[in-house]
Design a protein around this ligand. Structure first.
Ligand code: GAP
Length: 402
């Protein structure tokens, strides 16, 4: 864990929040490569669960919500942890409005979920979806955690990727199983070490007040086996709470229910971006010995790696190499993939180590042979092996592997 924390700072993934003023507990600031990693994780989630489906509606609701939302859901009364024998509400409270008579209490949302529930009617009216269908949202959530700790694991400001999937009451078990396997599939797709992922059936006493069944996907973190993501059956709790309903034109013949008004039930796969990042870093981190020295590297899958490839002129003081590398290799790769690094600092060995630590799958070196035969060296991060590839085929070479 210490190695990961230090690598994250040294290589520009994540920094302590407000560090030069002594920090602010439970907050982190993301650097260039950390943002890229987060974006790749979020894009992979959005592609799989929104873009590639026909039954999912995206949302981006406001973080500030009317306090009545949280009174209705029971969060004002129940969203609390024990502290000194009392219950401490962990919602972050703020005030909205300037003039005394206009000032209203508001809360920074502790989950993205409610931003979707309160827009259930808007979504149904705008898109006329047939059951089952879902709403999906990625966004920040805030909790005044009593003891933020374990690096990215427990923060006061974090990000969630949540789906509220609306089903006919009789179908909840089927879709609970379905979403369990979808979540596992995605975890594998982004490259989590699945040997460290475990399912925990959450017992009655530990479940949130709105849930009738919850599975926690736990991960073997260095500080113990802890919750990574959650899957909850929220019943009709939220829609009932907000007095929302749905006209089911088809009904449910299997349950002998005719067409008419119903309150759909909800299956909720909920994932934290920050815990996804932390478990991915822990899954990808590896060490081996190369050329008699220990090297550490991040074995990210190419679609998740912050940098897909790095371009290096062998010597930075040879204008013909730099010019070739810049115009004929870096520019076209950058236009194609975006996440391409230019690295001409230090000797080649140092550049490889640096890119290994960032998790860059391929390093491309432009040398004097390149000027004669238009080929470059492509070095593989995991094996250290090098091959010559024609410059004209570089884009294809990489595309075939991602
Ligand atoms: N809408 C349901 C909900 O919010 P939760 O289990 O409280 O359920 C869902 O949170 C996910 O959000 C967790 O599985 C975790 O990945 C992430 N999460 C929750 N609290 C967190 C915190 N303090 N810091 C980082 N991530 C957190």
């Amino acid at each position: 864990m210490e190695k990961i924390v230090s690598l994250c700072k040294r290589r520009g993934f994540v920094f302590q929040g407000s560090e030069i003023y002594g920090g602010l507990a439970g907050t982190f600031d993301w650097g260039h490569f950390g943002v890229a990693l987060r974006n790749n994780i979020k894009q992979s989630w959005w592609k799989k669960f929104v873009d590639n489906r026909r039954d999912m509606y995206g949302m981006d609701a406001a973080i500030l919500m009317n306090a009545k939302v949280w009174e209705a859901t029971g969060h004002v009364a129940n969203f609390a942890d024990p502290l000194d024998g009392k219950q401490f509400n962990t919602m972050l409270k703020t005030e909205v409005g300037a003039k005394k008579e206009d000032i209203a209490v508001s809360y920074l949302r502790p989950e993205t979920a409610q931003g979707m529930f309160v827009n259930f009617k808007n979504t149904v009216d705008a898109f006329h979806p047939k059951l089952p269908f879902g709403m999906a949202q990625i966004g920040k959530a805030f909790r005044n955690e009593i003891a933020p700790r374990d690096f990215l694991f427990r923060q006061r400001e974090f990000e969630q990727m949540e789906i509220e999937y609306f089903v006919r009451p009789n179908d909840w078990e089927k879709y609970f199983e379905y979403w369990k396997s979808e979540m596992l599939e995605w975890m594998e797709e982004i490259g989590l070490d699945m040997g460290k992922v475990h399912e925990l059936e959450v017992p009655d006493v530990d479940r949130a007040h709105y849930s009738k069944r919850t599975i926690d996907f736990e991960f073997d973190f260095p500080f113990g086996r802890k919750e990574l993501f959650g899957l909850a059956y929220r019943t009709d709790f939220d829609l009932n709470t907000h007095k929302l309903e749905y006209i089911d034109e088809e009904g449910d013949p299997d349950a002998k229910v005719g067409a008419g008004k119903i309150v759909p039930h909800v299956i909720e796969p909920s994932m934290g971006v920050d815990r996804a990042v932390l478990s991915l870093l822990l899954s990808a981190y590896a060490e081996d010995s190369k050329d008699g020295e220990v090297r550490s590297y991040l074995k990210f899958k190419p679609n998740i790696a912050p940098v897909i490839c790095a371009v290096s002129p062998l010597l930075k003081n040879k204008p013909e190499l730099v010019e070739y590398a810049n115009t004929k290799v870096y520019a076209p790769l950058k236009a194609e993939f975006g996440r391409v690094a230019w690295d001409d600092n230090g000797n080649i060995g140092k550049r490889y180590r640096r890119q290994d630590e960032i998790g860059t799958p391929w390093c491309i070196v432009i040398d004097f042979d390149t000027l004669n035969d238009d080929t470059v060296t492509v070095r593989d991060r995991d094996t250290g092996e090098q091959e010559r590839v024609k410059v004209s085929e570089l884009v294809k070479f990489i595309k075939e592997k991602i």
